[in-house]
Design a protein around this ligand. Structure first.
Ligand code: ADP
Length: 379
């Protein structure tokens, strides 16, 4: 006997195959009609959503979605039937599902369209993304922790230099306060003179405050945030931090910042972490040498801004150079060797690069290249 080109035996086989497929598929399978009414709800869906099939079959699929999607779905389906312009059908994307107990979970939904006995049906394949998302979050958290720990280590190494840096304005404050107190004892002194001394006090207090604020900002535990930033300003601040405590030392600093650079979309603290690292390495390689200098320049090169940190130090030893960006590579007694490996990862996460551009016995130059964001398309 023939039925639409198939024997009954073939049709029965196909029916069994269809059920086996639905029952054994690891991903959830759900079939709806044109009105969004559920026709098939696979066992994997039962496990995912916590509903028994009879609670979902013949009901609107929107019961498996949280608001606002739940209220929008009927209109969305109707619009698709009218316009045939798909947003998800034939494609697939990550959406949010709602379980019977009201909790929600991320899921990847691919939707196909077909005809069954003259009626249109939509077949959804649902892949639970909760584990993947949880894993991504854990990795992001760990990366954040690592960046934080390395920043803390960097600051730990710089603690004595920074204490020295803070000591200067604090000592100045004490001196000025002493002078002011002395003046109040001589009331014949013109008030303008006293005001001038008070201004100095305020200036120094502000300077100390600024150093502390930058430090706190740098070591604070924080979420990664990218915002349009003036890169020259970020570089200047990083130089202040990186060279802290060197004032009066015999290492010269040279800054060559190209004016008018476009704003970059960066996590400022992370980029400053790279720069502070490069600058500290440069300072360490240079210290003790005659005519030591660290030069930091910025300039636009094509569709990116390049920041170069060059020193006149010892250069990088040959045995280190090939593994320079690997973790735990260090020649320092108390070095962790994590600095450059993390710096490169931060640069790459920003769509940029970090490399050793020059290396000799006369010193080393590192370049950090960060892309200029594409202009927003006109509305
Ligand atoms: P750490 O500073 O903890 O050693 P890094 O990853 O920052 O870790 O640096 C790895 C090694 O690379 C340093 O120990 C040093 O030998 C070498 N290095 C990095 N920058 C320079 C530089 N500017 N001049 C000379 N050697 C450098």
């Amino acid at each position: 006997m023939q039925e639409a080109g198939r024997t009954i035996a073939q049709a029965a086989d196909e029916d069994a195959l269809f059920h086996a497929l639905i029952n054994t598929a690891i991903d959830g399978i759900v079939v709806i009609n044109e009105q969004g009414i559920v026709q098939v709800f696979s066992p994997a869906c039962e496990r995912l959503f916590g509903y028994a099939p009879e609670e979902v079959l013949d009901c609107n699929i929107n019961m498996l979605m949280p608001e606002p999607y739940r209220s929008q779905h009927d209109a969305y389906l109707a619009r698709y039937l009218e316009t045939q312009i798909p947003h998800i059908i034939g494609i697939g994307r990550e959406v949010v599902g709602q379980r019977r107990d009201g909790t929600t979970f991320p899921m990847y939904l691919s939707v196909g369209e077909g005809m069954l006995k003259g009626s249109r049906i939509f077949v959804g394949i649902i892949n639970d993304m909760s584990e993947t998302r949880a894993r991504d979050n854990r990795i992001r958290e760990l990366q954040g922790e690592l960046l934080h720990v390395t920043r803390m280590t960097l600051m730990g190494e710089m603690a004595s230099a920074l204490a020295h840096e803070l000591n200067q304005p604090l000592t100045a404050l004490l001196n000025y306060t002493g002078a002011a107190r002395h003046m109040t004892g001589h009331l014949g002194e013109p008030a303008a003179k006293l005001a001038e001394v008070l201004d100095r006090i305020a200036e120094q207090a502000e300077r100390a405050g600024l150093i502390i604020r930058r430090l706190r900002n740098f070591i604070e535990k924080r979420e990664s945030i990218r915002a349009p930033e003036d890169i020259n300003k970020a570089v200047e601040e990083a130089v202040e931090l990186g060279l802290a405590g060197m004032r009066g030392g015999d290492i010269k600093r040279r800054l060559g910042l190209e004016p008018g650079l476009p704003a970059l979309l960066i996590d400022k603290v992370q980029i400053q972490q790279i720069l502070v690292n490069l600058i500290r390495n440069a300072v360490e390689a240079t210290s003790g040498l005659p005519r030591g200098a660290v030069t930091i320049t910025t300039h636009k090169n094509g569709d990116a801004v390049e920041i170069a940190v060059a020193d006149t130090g010892t250069g990088i030893p040959a045995e280190v150079e090939s593994r320079l960006f690997h973790p735990f590579v260090t020649t320092k007694a108390h070095g962790m060797g994590m600095g450059l490996s993390i710096c490169r990862k931060i640069a790459e996460a920003h769509g940029g690069r970090l490399w050793l551009a020059a290396n000799s016995e006369e010193g080393a130059t590192f370049i950090l290249r960060l892309p200029v964001p594409a202009p927003e398309p006109a509305p």
